[in-house]
Ligand binder design. Sequence first.
Ligand SMILES: Cc1cc2nc3c(=O)[nH]c(=O)nc-3n(C[C@H](O)[C@H](O)[C@H](O)COP(=O)(O)OP(=O)(O)OC[C@H]3O[C@@H](n4cnc5c(N)ncnc54)[C@H](O)[C@@H]3O)c2cc1C
Ligand SMILES: *[C@@H]1O[C@H](CO)[C@@H](O)[C@H](O)[C@H]1NC(C)=O
Ligand SMILES: *[C@@H]1O[C@H](CO)[C@@H](O)[C@H](O)[C@H]1NC(C)=O
Ligand SMILES: *[C@@H]1O[C@H](CO)[C@@H](O)[C@H](O)[C@H]1NC(C)=O
Ligand SMILES: *[C@@H]1O[C@H](CO)[C@@H](O)[C@H](O)[C@H]1NC(C)=O
Ligand SMILES: *[C@@H]1O[C@H](CO)[C@@H](O)[C@H](O)[C@H]1NC(C)=O
Length: 500
Amino acid sequence: MWLAAFTVLALLSRHSLGKNTYREEGHYEARQLSNPTCREISDTISSSSAVYYPVLNPQKYTKGISHWARSSTQRAACVVEPGTAADVAKILQTLGSRRTPFAVKGGGHASNPEFSSTTGVQIAMYRFSDVVYNSTDQTVTVGSGLIWDDVYAALAPHGVNVVGGRVTGVGVAGFTLGGGYSYLTNQYGLTIDTVVAFELVKPDGTILWVTKDTQPDLFFGLKGGFNNFGIVTRFTLKTFPQTQVWGGLITVTAPFIDQISAATADFSANVKDPKASILTTYNFLLGQPGVSQILFYDAPQPPPGVFDKFMNIPSFTKDVGTRDFLSLVKASPANVTAGTRAIFNTVSVLDYTPGLLKAVQNESIFWGSRLSNLLEGNTGVFISYDVEPFLPDFLSHADSPSAYPPTRNKSYSPFNLYYAWLSKADDDDFHSAARQSASRLHDVAIAEGQVLDNASVYPNYAIFDTPLSELYGDNLPILQALKKVHDPNNVMGLAGGWKF
Ligand SMILES: Cc1cc2nc3c(=O)[nH]c(=O)nc-3n(C[C@H](O)[C@H](O)[C@H](O)COP(=O)(O)OP(=O)(O)OC[C@H]3O[C@@H](n4cnc5c(N)ncnc54)[C@H](O)[C@@H]3O)c2cc1C
Ligand SMILES: *[C@@H]1O[C@H](CO)[C@@H](O)[C@H](O)[C@H]1NC(C)=O
Ligand SMILES: *[C@@H]1O[C@H](CO)[C@@H](O)[C@H](O)[C@H]1NC(C)=O
Ligand SMILES: *[C@@H]1O[C@H](CO)[C@@H](O)[C@H](O)[C@H]1NC(C)=O
Ligand SMILES: *[C@@H]1O[C@H](CO)[C@@H](O)[C@H](O)[C@H]1NC(C)=O
Ligand SMILES: *[C@@H]1O[C@H](CO)[C@@H](O)[C@H](O)[C@H]1NC(C)=O
C-alpha cells in the first residue's frame, strides 16, 4: 500500500515543484545577467567551460542548480560548468578576489540546505566525467562530476568495481569527500580508504595531485574534509574484482515488520561474512508503516543461511536475485522522492539490538503520524529510518589516517533518518523533529548500555547545525590549522558545507 503511495507523493512533489519554480521566476532575471562575477568568469575561462544564465540557457541553468532534495536547491546568479582544472583555478581566483558566495556541486545529493547551492555562483562539475581504468595498477581515475551509476557502468566490462554508493543517483564527489559507506565497505573499508590520489585545485589556483606521499596533510584533510581545501576535479580509486552479485529490494507491510526487525537484529549480531550487507529501512507514508529491505551479497549466490530469515518473510514486493552490481544499485527506490524537501540526521551506534530496532520502529511511527498531523495543508510526508549494520572490523582497512572518522578504535555503525515533505512552511517542524528523534535514539542506545562517548557522527548524514566537534572529534583543531595554511584568505568559506 505505502509503496503505491510513494507514487502519490512523487506526483504531488512534481506538481509543487512546477508551481514553486514558476512563482520564484521573474525578479531574479534582471540582476542575474548583469552579475559582475559571472561576467568576469565568462571572460576568463577557456572554450572548454561555460557560464549559463536562467533566461538565456534555461535548461542548462536548471540542471546546474538542481539537487535531489528541492530544499537543497537555490536560485543562483549563474551556473558555471568548468571543463578543465585550469579553468577551475581561474574561477576560484575570481570568486576569491571578488568575495562572491559560491557553491560546488558534484551529484547534488546533499541533504542539508546550502551545502552545494547558493544565490551566488553555482559551480556544477558535470564536465569532469572521465573514467580512466588502469589495469596495471588496478586503479581508476574518475571525474568529480560523475554519479556512481556511471562509474559502475564504465568499470563493469573490465570485471572490476570501486567502493561507492549503494543507491542510484548519488554523486562521487560529496560521497567520497565525506567518507563513503558502501556494500563493499566490510571488505575494503570506507571509500576514503580506497582513494589513491585527489586532483585538487587550491583556492590560490594551484593544481596538484594529492597523495599519501606527496601531500600527507592534505591527503588526510580531504578524506572527510569536503570542500574546505579547494575543489577536487578527479579522484584515483583502487579497484577490486567484481563478479555478478546477489540481492535486491524486498518491501513488507505492517504485519511483518516485527519479523524484519528480528531478522535484522540476528544478521547484525551473527553474520560475520564481509561479503554480506543489508539496509533495513522503516518507512511511514500516508498513515502506513512498512519496511523496505535491501539485501546484498558479493557473489552470484549467497551461502545458505545468510539471508534465509529475510527471504522467508511474506513480502509485498520482491526483486531479489543474481544480477550486475549496477542493476542492484538501480533497484533502490531512491529516486521516487527526488524533488521533495528533505532532511537527514544520524546517530552512530555499536549494535543494532532488538531493543534499539524496536525504538527505531516506534520513532518512525510516532514522528510519521505526528508530522502528518502538523502539515500545512494536507500535502503528504515520507519518513524513513535506515538501519546500516557494519562488521566490528570495517574501519581496519585504512593505510593512512583520515579527517573522518576521528577515531577508529571502535567501529560505530551509522544510522540515518530521512524525512521528506513538500512545503517550505514545514521546514522548521521537520528539522526540529529530526533533531529530537536522533537524540532519542542516541539516549535509547546509551540506556541499554552502549558506550558511545567518542562516537563521531557521519558528516554526510548529520543535520546542518551539528557541532563540528561531533563530526571530527580531536581532529578538528588539526583540520582548522591545516585549512589556515592552505586557504589563508578563507576563499572556501564563501561556499557552504561543514566549515573548518
Ligand atoms: C538517496 C541518497 C542515498 C545515499 N546513500 C548513501 C550511502 O549509501 N552511503 C553514504 O556514505 N552516503 C550516502 N548518501 C549521502 C551522500 O554521501 C551525500 O549526500 C553526499 O554528499 C552526496 O554527494 P554529491 O556529490 O551527490 O553531493 P553534492 O550535493 O554535490 O555535494 C555535497 C558536498 O560535497 C561538496 N563537493 C561536491 N563536489 C565537490 C568537489 N568537486 N570538490 C570539493 N567539494 C565538493 C559540496 O560542496 C557539498 O558540501 C546518500 C544520500 C542520498 C540523498
Ligand atoms: C598505469 O599504472 C602503471 C603502474 O603504476 C603506470 O606505470 C602507468 O603509467 C599507468 N598507465 C597510465 C595510462 O596512466
Ligand atoms: C535516478 O536519477 C538520476 C538523476 O538524478 C539518474 O541519473 C538515474 O539514472 C536515476 N536512476 C534510476 C534507477 O532511474
Ligand atoms: C515512542 O517514541 C516517542 C517519541 O520519542 C516516545 O515519547 C514514546 O515513549 C515511545 N514509545 C515507546 C513504547 O517506546
Ligand atoms: C584510541 O586508541 C589509542 C591507542 O590504542 C589511544 O591512545 C587513544 O586515546 C584512543 N582514542 C580514543 C578517542 O579513544
Ligand atoms: C574516549 O577518548 C578518550 C581520549 O580522547 C579516552 O581517554 C577514553 O578512554 C575514550 N573512551 C572510550 C569509551 O573509548
